[in-house]
Design a protein around this ligand. Structure first.
Ligand code: ZN
Length: 286
């Protein structure tokens, strides 16, 4: 399923995106939760019930123009960024590929949905794009072994780890540069894991104003998803709705000559085969 959070007639609900349009889950089965993390907390049983409700839906789905899609998860308990997880990206930024997983935090105030504007802060001159595969945690867990990691992954989404390089690089800690408002576009849909046979064989690319600037495959990650889940859960409990942004491939703006920073009027696109296309306009802070 392609699960979405959407706004329609001033109400925020969750739905399933189909070829016919968006099916409001509360219309398909009034007993289903109306918020994404609550739905995911129900585990496989709740997902099976959702799939049957969608398959048996006899009403009229909303046409795309009748709804506004929001980020699939509006308030994840945690958002992890993974640094330099593609060797060629580590090298292009002047680093060596890391021996240990580099983890940084992003906060829910950075989240925007598809078509929402990425706002370039007045105080940064070096805002960069980063296409990433987002992994969404379903069943919570601590000390998850790599061989059990996928039991805790409920699905995937396109994630844009927008980064202000001047703020990111001025100290050893990246938190400020990664956490300006609007710096975590995600969506349009959370694609459930059953529809993704191999999350490490997906074409991933970033286009800015039509120009392809990143083009890679998720198989090129240094630390794969089971390793990331095991490493993170060896320290803290992973919770339902947590998002892991798994790192970006080479081709970022800071590594280009001249650098290619995001500019007002740009359109940034993160595309992952089989997962979706996330498009956001770029605007100056007013
Ligand atoms: Zn990143």
């Amino acid at each position: 399923m392609r699960l979405v959070t959407f706004k329609q007639a001033e109400t925020t609900r969750i739905g399933a995106q189909t070829d016919e349009g968006v099916i409001d889950l509360s219309q398909a089965d009034a007993g289903l939760p109306t918020e994404m993390v609550a739905l995911l907390s129900g585990g496989q049983e709740m997902l099976d019930r959702t799939a049957s409700a969608v398959a048996g839906f006899g009403g009229r789905p909303y046409a795309d123009q009748e709804v506004r899609l929001l980020a699939p998860i509006l308030n994840p308990p945690k958002i992890f960024g993974i640094g330099e997880n593609y060797a060629a990206h580590a090298v292009e930024t002047g680093s060596v590929p890391p021996e240990n997983v580099i983890v940084f935090a992003k906060y829910a105030t950075t989240i925007i949905g598809p078509d929402d504007p990425i706002v370039l802060p007045r105080i940064s001159q070096k805002v960069d794009y980063e296409a990433e595969l987002g992994v969404v945690i379903g069943a919570p867990g601590r000390n998850i072994r790599p061989e059990h990691a996928y039991d805790h992954v409920v699905g995937y989404l396109p994630f844009h780890d927008v980064s202000a390089r001047d703020y990111q690089m001025r100290t050893s800690q990246w938190t400020l540069g990664k956490n300006f408002d609007t710096f975590s576009p995600m969506g349009p849909a959370l694609v459930t894991a059953d529809e993704v046979p191999d999350p490490h064989d997906l074409g991933i690319r970033c286009r800015v104003s039509g120009e392809t600037l990143q083009e890679a495959n998720t198989g090129d990650m240094i630390f794969d998803i089971p390793t990331l889940v095991a490493e993170l859960s060896s320290v803290m409990t992973l919770e339902t709705g947590d998002v892991i942004a798994t790192g970006t491939p080479p081709g970022v703006g800071m590594a280009r000559t001249p650098p290619r920073w995001l500019r007002p009027g740009d359109v940034a696109e993160v595309e992952i085969d089989g997962i979706g296309l996330l498009r956001n306009p770029v605007v100056a802070e007013s």
